[in-house]
Design a protein around this ligand. Structure first.
Ligand code: BG6
Length: 492
C-alpha cells in the first residue's frame, strides 16, 4: 500500500470564504469584506469611498484611487459577508466531515476575529471562543485541525492606516496575533501553516497588466516582512509547544517551457525561481536563494533587510512544506502564443491538456512532477493542502428522494490526482497529507462565485445571495469516504 499509515486525508477551507458572520461578535473588517462577486469573465470589484464622500468600485487588481478608503456600499452584494455561514453551521459541517472519515481538516483563523484592528492589547474573547469550540468539535471526532494563520485577510485597519505588509512594523502585530493563538490553542492543535499561498504576492504581479518598479519594490518588501513574520511564528511555536509543527503554504504553479527554444527553457526556469523557489527557499532554508539578487535587480528593488531579520530567517525554517495544486501552464517568449487562465496565474496554453469551465488546465501528472521536484529540493515532509475541481453542479433528486449532485467529473479529477500522489510516494516522496479544496462548497476566492463549486457537500446558496444554506451530500461524498476508509487503495 503506497499511502503510509496515518496519512492525513481531509479537506480544506478558509475563514473568509466560509464563515460569514463578517461583523458578528466583535470581528473587524478585512479587505475580503469589501469585495463584490465577479464571474469567470468579469473581475471582483473593491468598493471605496473618497474623503469627499464620492463612492466607487475598481477591479480587485487595479488598486484604489489615491485617498480612497475601502467601504461597504449600498447596492452591492458582498459574498464573503455570509460565506456559507460556517460560523453557525460548524457542528453540522464537522459531523459531515467526520462521516467521510476525515483525519485532518484544514481551516484558517480570521486575524480580525481575534484582533479586530490588529493593534489592540487584548484579544477579542468571542473570537477566541469560536475557534476553541470548533477545535473541540473536531477533537470529538478525532479530526486533527491544520490551521492557517493568514488566508488573505489582514485586518483592514493595518492595511489602510499602517501601510499593510510593506511596513516592517506589521511584523510585530502579526507576532502578537501568532503568539496569542499558539498559546491559546496549545493541546488542541498540532499543525500550523503561516501564510496561505505566500508566493501570490510576487508571482501574480505583472501578469494581468505590466507592473512598475515601484510595485515590485512594494511586493518584494511585503514578502520580506511576511518571511520574517513566518520565521518568528515558527520559532515561537517551537518555544510554546515543542511538539508543534509549522509549515509554509505555496501556490503550486507548475510551469513547462512551451517550446524547446532555449529562451523558453530559460524563461521557464526563471519563472520557477520567481514564482516558487523564491518563497520556498527562504521559508525552508532560512535564507534567500542565489538568484534573488537577479530578481531584485530586474526591477531596481532595494530591500530594507536588517541583520536581525537575516538572523531570524535563519532560525525559523519551517518543519514541512505544503502547497495548493490545481493546474499547470506553459511559459514562452513567443508573443503569439494562446493564453490560459488559472489559479492566480496566466500562462500559455498547453495543447496536450483540457481545462475546467474556468479555463484552469487539468494536469494530474503535473502534481507528481511538482511533488518529486520539491521533495528533492527541500527533503521536508510535504502536504497537498488544496486540490480540486471548481465546477457547475446541478442539484437533483437522488434515488431515495434525497437531493444530491451527480458529480462524476469531480470524482474523475480527484482520482487522477490521487493516483499521481501514490506514484510520487512510491518514488520516495515523503507525502504526509492531502486536503482537497472546498470540501464543502464555499465562496470562490478568485471570482466570488458560489456556483464555482468544489465540495463533497453542496450548500444551497446562490450568487444572488438567496438560498436556505441547507447541506446536501454529492456523489463524491461517498467516493471520498471510500478512499479514506481504504487509505487510498479503493479509488474506483
Ligand atoms: C487558492 C486559495 O488560491 O485557490 C483559495 O488558497 C481559493 O482560497 C482556491 O479558493 C481556489 O480558487 P478559486 O478562485 O476557484 O476560489
Amino acid at each position: 500500500m503506497a499511502f503510509p499509515e496515518g496519512f492525513l486525508w481531509g479537506g480544506a477551507t478558509a475563514a473568509n470564504q466560509c464563515e460569514g458572520a463578517w461583523d458578528v461578535d466583535g470581528r473587524g473588517p478585512a479587505e475580503t469584506d469589501m469585495l463584490t462577486g465577479g464571474t469567470v469573465d468579469t473581475p471582483r470589484m473593491l468598493t471605496y469611498r473618497m474623503p469627499d464622500g464620492t463612492e466607487g468600485a475598481v477591479p480587485q487588481w487595479d488598486g484604489l484611487p489615491k485617498g480612497a478608503k475601502l467601504a461597504v456600499l449600498d447596492g452591492y452584494l458582498y459574498p464573503n459577508h455570509d460565506g456559507i455561514d460556517f460560523y453557525h453551521h460548524y457542528k453540522e459541517d464537522i459531523a459531515l466531515f467526520a462521516e467521510m472519515g476525515f483525519k485532518q481538516y484544514r481551516m484558517s483563523i480570521s486575524w480580525s476575529r481575534i484582533y479586530p484592528k490588529g493593534i489592540e492589547d487584548e484579544p477579542n474573547q468571542a473570537g477566541l471562543d469560536f475557534y476553541r469550540n470548533v477545535f473541540l468539535e473536531l477533537q470529538k471526532y478525532g479530526i486533527e485541525p491544520l490551521v492557517t494563520m493568514w488566508h488573505f485577510d489582514t485586518p483592514n485597519y493595518i492595511e489602510e492606516e499602517l501601510g499593510g505588509w510593506e511596513n516592517h512594523d506589521t511584523i510585530a502585530l502579526f507576532d502578537k496575533y501568532a503568539k496569542t493563538i499558539l498559546t491559546e490553542y496549545k493541546g488542541l492543535v498540532k499543525n500550523w501553516l503561516t501564510f496561505n499561498e505566500i508566493n501570490n504576492t510576487i508571482s501574480f504581479l505583472g501578469m494581468m497588466a505590466p507592473a512598475t518598479d515601484e510595485q515590485f519594490q512594494g511586493a518584494y518588501q511585503h514578502l520580506h516582512n511576511k518571511f520574517v513574520a513566518s520565521a518568528h511564528a515558527v520559532k515561537m511555536a517551537h518555544e510554546i509547544d515543542p511538539s508543534y509543527k509549522v509549515g509554509c503554504m505555496i501556490c503550486g504553479i507548475v510551469d513547462y517551457p512551451l517550446t524547446p527554444d532555449p529562451d523558453d527553457v530559460i524563461a521557464n526556469r526563471y519563472m520557477w525561481e520567481k514564482s516558487l523557489f523564491y518563497c520556498g527557499d527562504v521559508q525552508c532554508k532560512g535564507k534567500y536563494g542565489t538568484y534573488a539578487k537577479r530578481l531584485w535587480d530586474e526591477h531596481n528593488v532595494k530591500l530594507e533587510i536588517t541583520d536581525q531579520d537575516l538572523k531570524d530567517l535563519a532560525e525559523g525554517p519551517v518543519d514541512f512544506y505544503t502547497f495548493s495544486y490545481y493546474q499547470s501552464a506553459c511559459v514562452t517568449t513567443h508573443t503569439d502564443a494562446e493564453t490560459t487562465k488559472g489559479n492566480m496565474t496566466i500562462g500559455a496554453k498547453n495543447p496536450y491538456l483540457t481545462a475546467s469551465d474556468w479555463g484552469w488546465q487539468i494536469d494530474p501528472k503535473g502534481l507528481r512532477y511538482f511533488l518529486e521536484l520539491i521533495y528533492d529540493r527541500y527533503e521536508k515532509p510535504l502536504m497537498v493542502v488544496e486540490n480540486g475541481l471548481g465546477a457547475y453542479d446541478d442539484l437533483v433528486e437522488g434515488e431515495y428522494g434525497e437531493m444530491t449532485v451527480h458529480d462524476q467529473y469531480r470524482i474523475d479529477y480527484l482520482r487522477e490526482h490521487v493516483k499521481e500522489m501514490e506514484i510520487a510516494i512510491e518514488h520516495g516522496v515523503d507525502l504526509i497529507g492531502y486536503t482537497t479544496w472546498g470540501c464543502i462548497d464555499l465562496v470562490s476566492a478568485g471570482t466570488g462565485e458560489m456556483r464555482k463549486r468544489y465540495g463533497f457537500i453542496y450548500v444551497d446558496k446562490n450568487d444572488d445571495g438567496t438560498g436556505s444554506y441547507a447541506r446536501y451530500k454529492k456523489d463524491s461524498f461517498a467516493w471520498y469516504k471510500k478512499v479514506i476508509a481504504s487509505n487510498g487503495e479503493d479509488i474506483a
